[in-house]
Design a binder for this molecule. Structure first.
Ligand code: NDP
Length: 282
């Protein structure tokens, strides 16, 4: 998506800069979403994509401080790596073990996690009642951590966590969550018994970004009301296509993007986020 600053939104000497650190970042809709919000509120701010390789995470976070950026979002695959480079963490970011938003408070970088709120809003918008139910999470990276926290808060009774790298899933399951987390192999997703009572199946992997094959999933074994969510947005994915073929509700990560972004916007600017403007830009 091309973003054009209109002539009345030129960069000035006082423009505040925020952005997104990730690899890749070219697919991100966050620049469009935030720049539309700044324009709507007449704020002299700009949001810029910063492609950052894993070896440069430390230098990139130091640059936020050195260049006086007002803050940044952090995306795949750096949400856990940036943790060690923040000066302080909110209790939520510490509990989740992942940071997706850094706020620069006078040179002190505070790491926060607005993905938890973003995913909680996704569940709320879908009117999914999770209390006492089983949820299945695929993937064990930074985004999965936020999803696990939101599922616990929504009252899920148990969670199955399936990941390509079993050790990563085991390490994640061992953290303290509000619901018991059982680790399964990706191959277990093809077993109808794994999904037979699932109220929700969430794909948090970046497999579609990698161009990797998606594992087989017993979509039709889920209850008819089961909701499938893929955190990726703006891409048709094999996961959502499979769910739709089985006539299940299927949603991408657009709502999560919107709500995590709105909360980050407020943390940086102190202003209420113009949700409808941001939704339109996404
Ligand atoms: P991470 O790099 O931290 O984790 C990636 C995960 O994907 C790991 O579990 C990894 O498994 C798994 N994975 C990668 N490639 C494959 C593959 N080919 N087959 C199976 N599993 C694979 O990324 P994040 O958790 O930060 O982000 C994950 C996804 O969620 C991204 O697509 C991102 O865009 C999206 N996202 C969307 C948000 C939104 O607002 N809508 C918010 C946050 C994230 P392994 O451990 O084996 O490497």
């Amino acid at each position: 998506m091309v973003n054009v600053l209109s002539s009345d939104r030129l960069i000035s000497g006082a423009t505040r800069v925020v952005g997104i650190l990730g690899d890749p970042v070219a697919h991100s809709r966050s620049p469009a979403m935030h720049n539309a919000a700044f324009a709507a509120l007449g704020l002299d701010w700009v949001y810029v994509p910063f492609p950052v390789a894993a070896t440069d995470v430390s230098a990139a976070v130091a640059a936020v401080r050195a260049l006086g950026l007002a803050g940044v979002n952090v995306t795949v695959p750096h949400k856990q790596a940036v943790l060690a480079h923040c000066d302080a963490l909110t209790p939520l970011a510490r509990r989740v073990g992942a940071v997706n938003t850094i706020v620069n408070r006078g040179g002190r970088l505070l790491g926060d996690n607005t993905d938890v709120h973003g995913f909680a809003q996704t569940l709320r918008a879908a009117r999914l009642r999770l209390r006492g139910r089983h949820a299945v999470v695929i993937g064990a990276g930074g985004a999965a951590r936020a999803v696990l926290a939101a599922l616990g808060a929504a009252g899920a009774a148990r969670i199955t966590l399936a990941n390509r790298t079993a050790a990563r899933a085991r390490a994640l399951a061992a953290r303290r969550w509000c619901a018991p987390v059982r680790v399964a192999a990706l191959a277990a997703l093809a077993d109808p018994a794994t999904l037979a009572d699932a109220a929700l199946v969430v794909n948090t992997t970046s497999a579609a970004l990698d161009g990797g094959d998606f594992p087989a999933v017993a979509y039709a074994a889920t209850p008819a009301g089961c909701l499938f969510v893929d955190l990726l947005y703006g891409h048709p994915t094999a996961f959502l296509a499979g769910a739709r073929r089985a006539r299940r509700r299927a949603e991408d990560g657009g709502a999560m993007l919107l709500h995590q972004g709105a909360r980050a916007f407020t943390l940086w600017t102190g202003r209420r986020a113009p949700l409808e403007v941001m939704r339109g830009a996404v």
